[in-house]
Design a protein around this ligand. Structure first.
Ligand code: ATP
Ligand code: MG
Ligand code: MG
Ligand code: MG
Length: 473
């Protein structure tokens, strides 16, 4: 079947409307009344109030497409075929009404029926929690389901640390041997293992418990269903693409970056990572700003700042010298604006914020290069040729200069860098971040922001061979 991402999203909503679900709009990416979360990271996040019984919904059956941001996946972007910072989660929920029987039957019907997505049942697998003996018997009852395609997995217990939780069953799509990126006999070679062949598309969570602040598990007053399916992943299956990025959700952004850089997507692995990363980050940033987040030095704002800076760095890698990120905003509006009008309605504001931040970062880059030049002039006078690791670290820490960039620039002028000392300084900073994180945890503050800061300060990648000559002071 030939379907666009918009058609798939709409089909999903139509399907669950036909199953008597109330179709609700996506909530904002910024959590409301939920200090435990930095971003809405799953469709269920804004619905927690219904699951723990603190509020009663109009109807017990709900479905929607929810925009989500996951900072824990940022380092995967462009590396795996399937991870994004911002993605759309298609979800259907039962608040104390239908349970495993209906949830599994409907998921199967939507995926395999000729009327809907018509996926080949031979390519679908289902994982389940070993102690949950009901789920596999329900799977075996589904028409054309292959019984040997059931995989027990100890990890299949969904729990975000607070609120509703319980066993889950996940649906995987076999993309074919050609996508296997590990050895045939690798223990990870199974649906649910760490590999690129079996793609997780849909998670059905059967929430029966409430994870309490004291870490106990209390039975919920009513059993619920919470499902989430990644639109980008289903679209990649439907459009038969190598990664999510070649689907109609990303290609127009990538093509615009091709025009701006004069480089072609699909010609080298390394430049492809930059294309993917920029296309991913600009979506997250645009939606986040559209929902009211602004770049800053802490919390949500810090994440936006890192995403933007990382995008600028990768733009430089592609040879884009001038500010360019704001030009991608209207492209996102074209792709997603019909369903998410906020990204079109707020486009002028989003572009303004991005442009200002980008200009500021260009100044920072230039400031960093100035400092590096000064350091080199001083050293020249002393007849030294090795830039100290502490100074390289200062460039990294204050100006966001990856070590490779500093090295590249220094070597152009006949200088080298004391990398061991840089590593020591880096390690010290990580330890400081870890200490801060522990402190935050003991204060019962959500640690996501600290985690992201440590993770993100490790992944500002800037590779040797391409850094050369792309930055000019
Ligand atoms: P994975 O194991 O691939 O990281 P997950 O198990 O963390 O996925 P869930 O928390 O189960 O994902 O979320 C439900 C669904 O949302 C997934 O089955 C997937 O289709 C989609 N999804 C999750 N994370 C991402 C992401 N970073 N980018 C795109 N889609 C995602
Ligand atoms: Mg994940
Ligand atoms: Mg998973
Ligand atoms: Mg999952």
């Amino acid at each position: 079947k030939q379907l666009t991402s918009s058609q798939i999203r709409q089909m999903y909503l139509d399907f669950f409307e036909s199953k008597k679900h109330d179709i609700i709009p996506s909530a904002s990416l910024i959590p409301v009344n939920d200090p435990t979360l930095l971003w809405i990271n799953a469709g269920v996040a804004p619905l927690k109030k219904y699951f723990d019984g603190s509020e009663v919904p109009n109807t017990p059956r709900i479905a929607n497409a929810q925009k989500c941001i996951r900072t824990n996946d940022i380092e995967n972007v462009g590396v795996t075929a399937r991870h994004h910072t911002l993605f759309e989660m298609l979800g259907n929920w039962s608040i104390g009404e239908y349970f495993k029987e209906e949830a599994i039957a409907w998921a199967w019907e939507f995926l395999t029926s000729e009327e809907w997505l018509a996926f080949d049942p031979e390519l679908l697998y289902a994982t389940y929690y070993p102690e949950d003996t009901v789920t596999p018997t329900i799977w075996k009852k589904q028409p054309r389901f292959i019984e040997t395609h059931l995989v027990p997995i100890e990890d299949n217990f969904w729990d975000i640390g607070a609120g509703p939780c319980g066993p889950d069953t996940e649906i995987f799509y076999d993309r074919g041997e050609e996508y296997l990126d590990i050895a045939e006999d690798d223990p990870e070679n199974f649906p649910g293992g760490e590999n690129e062949r079996y793609l997780e598309i849909w998670n059905l969570v059967f929430s029966e418990f409430n994870h309490m602040p004291d870490n106990s598990y209390q039975p919920l007053p009513h059993k619920n269903v919470d499902t989430g399916m990644g639109l980008e992943r289903v679209t990649s299956v439907m459009q038969n693409t190598a990664t999510n990025f070649e689907t109609d959700l990303f290609m127009p952004i990538i093509q615009t970056i091709e025009n701006l850089s004069g480089k072609k997507y699909g010609t080298a692995k390394e430049t492809d990572v930059s294309f993917k990363l920029i296309a991913d980050h600009i979506r997250a940033v645009s939606f986040a700003i559209g929902d009211g987040a602004l770049p800053s030095n802490e919390g949500r704002g810090y994440i936006l700042r890192r995403l933007l800076r990382r995008s600028v760095m990768h733009g430089q890698k592609l040879g884009i010298k001038d500010a360019f990120l704001a030009k991608l905003v209207p492209v996102i509006g074209n792709i997603m604006g019909e369903f998410y009008p906020e990204v079109v309605d707020n486009a002028a504001f989003i572009e303004k914020v991005i442009s200002a931040e980008e200009a500021k970062f260009h100044e920072t880059i230039n400031g960093g290069l100035e400092l590096l030049k000064e350091i080199m002039v001083e050293m020249e006078a002393k007849g030294e040729k090795v830039v100290s690791g502490r100074q390289a670290f200062k460039l990294y820490d204050t100006f966001g200069f990856p070590l490779e960039l500093t090295e590249e620039y220094a070597s152009e002028h006949g200088f080298s860098i004391d990398k061991d000392e840089f590593d020591v300084a880096m390690k010290e900073q990580r330890e400081r971040a870890r200490a801060a994180r522990h402190q935050a945890e003991s204060m019962n503050v959500q640690s996501e922001v600290y985690t992201s800061i440590t993770v993100e300060s490790e992944f500002v990648g800037y590779d040797h061979d391409t850094a050369n000559g792309t930055l000019n002071a």
